[in-house]
Design a protein around this ligand. Structure first.
Ligand SMILES: Nc1nc2c(ncn2[C@@H]2O[C@H](COP(=O)(O)OP(=O)(O)O)[C@@H](O)[C@H]2O)c(=O)[nH]1
Ligand SMILES: [Mg+2]
Length: 308
């Protein structure tokens, strides 16, 4: 959110709500009618909020207007912002990643191809390195030849080790070897990058289940974090992808990527509401420092920015 990167758009959500849904200045005094609410719902749906979050938000607002609590546009904006912040809130300290009591901490990244797992692995490694942790990367995306090389490039830029297997090899074996390497080198954190595509979806989910089992057998209690990486620009598709992964593995939180540039931040609300997992980080670009711990209140403010 630094440098206003989140608000790279001309007409902010609040401006759209005012222009499209609050056309009648008397609406707040008389109470929102069915047309006002329908228009407000349309703006939120178009902004990727999803049906559940949209209905919850508009009903809550309608209720407050009816009770005469919201008399001005500023009241309405404040109410919307605080409802949104409440909805988005999920973890007390989203940016604090678990730490194993003993032995290395294992952080697993899952998500479909192209969402930003490998980039996020590098960003997290950089962040944890700055916090003083000794990180090792595990290239468990053995499906694509280029995937291992991509992670190795990040590892060498960060000056940290990267454990990789043979292309087409067993990802669980890579994770197992990576944990062994961390133990023998006295490193405290292993970040496991995974494949997002296989011949079949069920094949991918089966492979991830096996990966989690093997990691847990090698190191009881691991993985300590399983982060579901979702692309914030694909709207409702991200919700559907998220559901598949939450059925296969048990994510401890979500990383929403690519929230720089586009105006599609509404998807974050849909993901939070429909996957019932805390948002832990947001990705705001391709560079190592473009990852921020999620701040619900600040995100709600940015979502309702008047302009860009
Ligand atoms: N703009 C932007 N691009 C991103 C972000 N995160 C990842 N990317 C880009 O998205 C593409 C796919 O990322 P990658 O990490 O390879 O995805 P993976 O297939 O899930 O491992 C790459 O071009 C990344 O540079 C982000 O937060 N913002
Ligand atoms: Mg990758």
């Amino acid at each position: 959110m630094a440098n206003g990167r989140l608000t790279d758009r001309k007409d902010g959500l609040w401006a759209r709500i005012k222009r499209i849904a609050l056309t009648d200045v008397g609406a707040l005094m008389r109470g929102l009618n069915a047309d006002d609410l329908e228009r407000m719902e349309r703006v939120l749906i178009e902004a990727d909020f999803g049906v559940a979050a949209t209905v919850e938000l508009t009903q809550a607002l309608e209720d407050e207007v009816r009770r005469g609590r919201l008399k001005t546009e500023a009241d309405l904006k404040e109410a919307l912002q605080s409802r949104l912040a409440g909805m988005l809130d999920g973890a007390d300290h989203p940016g604090e990643l678990a730490r194993a009591g003993e032995g290395p901490t294992v952080i697993l990244l899952v998500g479909v191809n192209g969402t930003g797992k490998t980039t996020t692995a590098a960003k997290l490694a950089s962040r944890l390195q700055r916090e003083g942790r000794k990180v090792l990367l595990a290239a468990a995306d053995t499906y694509r030849a280029g995937a291992v090389a991509q992670l190795q490039v990040w590892a060498s830029r960060l000056g940290i080790p990267c454990v990789a297997g043979a292309p087409g090899g067993d990802p669980a074996a890579v994770a197992f070897d990576a944990i062994d390497a961390a133990v023998s080198r006295g490193l405290d954190t292993v970040i496991v990058d995974t494949a997002g595509r296989l011949h079949t979806q069920e094949g991918l989910m089966e492979e991830l289940r096996k990966l989690v089992r093997v990691i847990g057998r090698r190191l009881p209690g691991a993985p300590h974090e399983t982060l579901l990486v979702l692309d914030g620009t694909v709207g409702q598709n991200a919700v559907q992808q998220g559901r598949l992964f939450t059925e296969a593995v048990a994510p401890t939180g979500i990383v929403v990527t690519k929230l720089d540039g586009s105006a599609r931040g509404g998807a974050v609300t849909a993901l939070r509401r429909e996957l019932n997992l805390p948002i832990r980080f947001i990705g705001l670009g391709e560079s190592l420092d473009a990852l921020e711990p999620f701040d619900a209140k600040r995100f709600a403010e940015h979502l309702l920015a008047e302009t860009a």
